[in-house]
Every structure is written in C-alpha cells, then in structure tokens.
Design a protein around this ligand. Sequence first.
Ligand code: NDP
Length: 295
Amino acid sequence: MRVSFLGLGAIGQPMAARLAGPFELTVWNRTAERADEFARSHRAHVAGSPREAATGAQAVITCLPTSADVEALLDGPDGILAGLEAGALLIDCTSGDPATSRRIAARVQQAGGAFADAPVSGGTNGAASGTLTVMIGSDDVTFSRAREVVRPFAGRVEHMGPVGTGHAMKAVNNALLAVNIAATAEGLATLVKAGVPAAKAVEVLNASSGRSFVSEHLIPERVLTGAWPRTFRLALLDKDTGIALSLADELGVEVPVMAVTGDVLAVARRALEPEADYLEAIKVIESQAGVEIRG
Ligand code: NDP
C-alpha cells in the first residue's frame, strides 16, 4: 500500500518511522530538511508539496499541531485535495477539534475521498514502540480501512463514533491529564513544604487512592529525577484543554475543574518559554510554593 505522512514533528517522526517497513512511504514536512533527514535513515520518498504527497497514495496521514493547520493544507494548487486520489483516505492524527474535522470530512468527501479523525495517545515512546492508542471518528467502512493503515504504530485502535468523536475523546483525555498534573503537583508541593521528602510522598501516594498515571510514571521518571525531557509541548496540552472546554461549553456541560486547570496552564505558558514541555508547568507550581519536588 502507498501511504503518505505529513508532519514529522516530535510524535509524527516516530509514527512515520513505524510505517516505513510495512508500506511504501512518502513523507512531507513544512521544513523540508526534516523530511530529507528522515529519508536518509528510513526507506521513504520525499514529496515536495502536500499535493505531491497525496498523488498516488491510498492513504494520507496528517499529524500537525491543530486542525486549522490541517485545513490550511487542503487547498490551492499544492494542497492535499489537488492530489487526493478517488477513494483515498485522509487520516488525521492531529489532536484536533471536532467542528473543524467535520468541515474537513465534508471537503474530502466532495473530492471523492474519505476522512477519519484518528488522534493518538501514548507519547513519543509509545509511537516508537508501536503501542499508541488510536481513537477514530469515522463511518464504519472508513474505520475498517483506517485501522489497517495505523496498525504499525498502534497497540489499540478504537472506533469512537462518527467524525469528530476521536478528537472529542482525545481532548477530554488530555484535559484530564492536565487536571492530574496540576492537582498532583500542588499536593506534592504541599507535602514537601510540610517536611515529607518528595520521593517518600510519591511512593506512599502510589500505594494509596490518590495515585494516577502522573504520579506512577511521569513524576517519578521525569520530575523526581530532574530529567525534564521535552516530548510534548505545553502549548499543545493547553490547546487540547481548550478544545475540551469549548466542547463542554457547546454541549452545556459545566466543567469548573477543567476551567481552573486551563487557567493554571495559561499562567504556566506565560511564565515559561514557547518550547517548554507540558510537565514544566510543575516548575511554576514549585516556584510559587518555594519548594522543589525532587528525589
Ligand atoms: P511538534 O510541534 O513537535 O511538530 C509539529 C509538526 O507540524 C512539525 O512537523 C511542523 O513542521 C508541522 N507544522 C506546524 N505548523 C504547521 C503548519 N502550519 N503547516 C504545516 N506543517 C506545520 O508537534 P508534535 O509532533 O508533538 O504534535 C503533533 C500533534 O500530535 C499535535 O496535535 C499534538 O497535540 C499531538 N500529540 C503529540 C504527542 C507528543 O507526545 N508529542 C502525543 C499525542 C498527541 P516544522 O518541522 O516545519 O516545524
């Protein structure tokens, strides 16, 4: 199968790498050097434009920061739709927003193709090891086809419902991740200030009912160690939380906890540099408390 991948960012690059063996892969990236570098170390062709990437491909995968970025690549003489083959799939792995995806799906359908929103969870490590969870929003037939394309980087592929529901699922998941990060860091900062060593606090939390993925994995591996790897930009987590807040608002669901977390992320973004990792929001909580959560 001929598959094209657009967007070789922090997670796109390891996802595309998993496709290079099973499929005949073409890659495109806005900054062309990144695509050239990818093709030097993987079996892949490099396309000069989104149109060229779509031409001849049975499936085109996008993985960009936002749905608006994907929508902006559709049109024009070099756009995806100018090259999209009849019956081809556009699979959008961006953590995007449902409303824009429904618009994109209509445009793709008009052009003779089919669309699935297919955001992923599991981080850059999960992408590299092919264990991502993929949350698909599409009709049934498109889901069956998309599942085969994403399989090389997926440990689990779920059909959430019609177009937009994959993005809804992902946005709420990430809003809950943000809630857990903020709440756990606030709790640990309080315990450290009360005289409990951070490593002991995390250990006991993880043997108790307040634990979470954040306390069991992210804090021990990245915060207690002081490693702070940059794998997922804070700006992207803030974007996802914003999508969840808009969706809840649209649907008339009151979400005060998520809303406060959105404020915490906004404060952290103002305090940190644009490329800051999502977990670095914890540094802002530490700084306000005047303590560090380290082993
Ligand atoms: P990065 O910021 O690392 O990379 C973004 C990619 O999109 C780059 O290839 C960049 O190209 C390209 N890009 C940015 N803006 C545009 C544009 N306007 N037009 C065309 N290309 C553009 O992001 P990630 O790879 O981390 O994230 C991609 C998506 O995956 C996001 O929606 C994110 O929320 C989601 N995600 C990320 C995870 C992670 O762990 N990193 C986990 C799960 C989901 P260039 O090289 O030119 O800058």
